[in-house]
Every structure is written in structure tokens, then in C-alpha cells.
Design a protein around this ligand. Structure first.
Ligand SMILES: [Mg+2]
Length: 186
């Protein structure tokens, strides 16, 4: 029973791509500078996962299929630059604004650690040796609760999201600088 692999659990919006609230159209996806370069460097040492809340689905603003198309566009743009995502985990729920079955206090919506724990279980990940990277306090809290190290990036919200209930282990200018921190930890 290994649990030997290290992972980078990356928030997507504001970390890999430009933050657009409730992004529902693939055409709007724009990679942040050096994000692909950062991920291709991480690919050599870490399994790389996207861990993202996409409550636009739960709110009825788009379908799961549309949300997946947006994410496929992210993967496509990254692949064009030699960067690979091992798997994507998305939460579509919202406890208050969700519609129908999407209105639920789920275990996956960040700041809860459910998506990271699921990825770790499915991919045999050692959480203590792994990192969670995000631009919101909820990303950091989720990574902390899952038992990973955490890095707040100053792109996207840059931590300026109105919450103060989690403190990152590191602060980085962007994903590229975060990757440098992760690769130095060898
Ligand atoms: Mg974000």
C-alpha cells in the first residue's frame, strides 16, 4: 500500500486561468502567464490535479456538460504547451443557492477537503508530501484540512476574498513561483 506519490492540488480559476466569476463558456478561458510552464515543470515530480468549485452548475447557470467543456478547454490549452493534468475534480453544489439536488451541504465544496481526499485515495497520494495551491482562503483551508502543505498565490483573488480562517504555509506571486517552492522542497 504505497501512498508514495506526491501531488499538487491546484485550484483552477485565478490560479491556472484568469478568474471570471461563473465562467460558463470555453471561449472565455485564458491561461495566466507561465501557468503552463509551471505545470509542465511540476509534471516531472508531482501528480497534478485540478480541484475546483463550479457552483454555476448548481445555481442553474450552466449544465455539467458545459462546465466540463470549459474545463476541457483549459486542459487543451495546457496540453498545447506541454503541460498535463492527471485528473480534474469539480464540485457543482451550493448549500444555499443550489437548485434541486444541487442544493446540498456536500463534502466536496471547498473549504471542505472532500475533493482532495478523493483524489488522494484514487491516485495513491501521500498528502503530507503534497501541496494545495489556491487564490482563495477556502482553497488554503481545504488543503490544510486534507493534511497538505499550502501555498496562496497572488493572482486571481490573491487571498482577498473576505475570509481569514486559514493561513497558508507559503505565499507566492503566481503558480510559477509556487512551483519553484514545491520543487525546492525536494
Ligand atoms: Mg480560484
Amino acid at each position: 500500500m504505497g501512498n508514495t506519490k506526491k501531488a499538487a492540488f491546484l485550484d483552477r480559476d485565478g490560479v491556472i486561468i484568469e478568474e471570471i466569476k461563473f465562467i460558463t463558456e470555453p471561449d472565455k478561458v485564458k491561461l495566466l502567464d507561465n501557468a503552463a510552464k509551471a505545470i509542465s515543470r511540476l509534471n516531472k515530480e508531482y501528480k497534478v490535479f485540478i480541484i475546483t468549485n463550479q457552483p454555476a452548475v448548481g445555481r442553474g447557470m450552466c449544465t455539467e456538460e458545459q462546465a466540463k467543456k470549459v474545463n476541457d478547454k483549459v486542459l487543451e490549452l495546457l496540453n498545447e504547451q506541454g503541460a498535463r493534468i492527471d485528473a480534474t475534480y469539480m464540485c457543482f453544489h451550493h448549500p444555499i443557492h443550489g437548485i434541486g439536488n444541487y442544493k446540498v451541504e456536500c463534502d466536496c465544496r471547498k473549504p471542505k477537503p472532500g475533493m482532495i481526499l478523493k483524489a488522494a485515495e484514487e491516485h495513491d497520494i501521500n498528502l503530507k508530501q503534497s501541496f494545495t495551491i489556491g487564490d482563495k482562503t477556502g482553497d488554503i483551508k481545504s488543503g490544510f484540512l486534507a493534511g497538505t502543505k499550502t501555498i496562496l498565490v497572488q493572482t486571481g483573488y490573491g487571498g482577498d476574498d473576505g475570509f481569514k480562517d486559514a493561513t497558508p504555509d507559503y505565499i507566492a506571486k503566481d503558480l510559477y513561483e509556487a512551483a519553484e517552492i514545491m520543487l525546492k522542497e525536494e
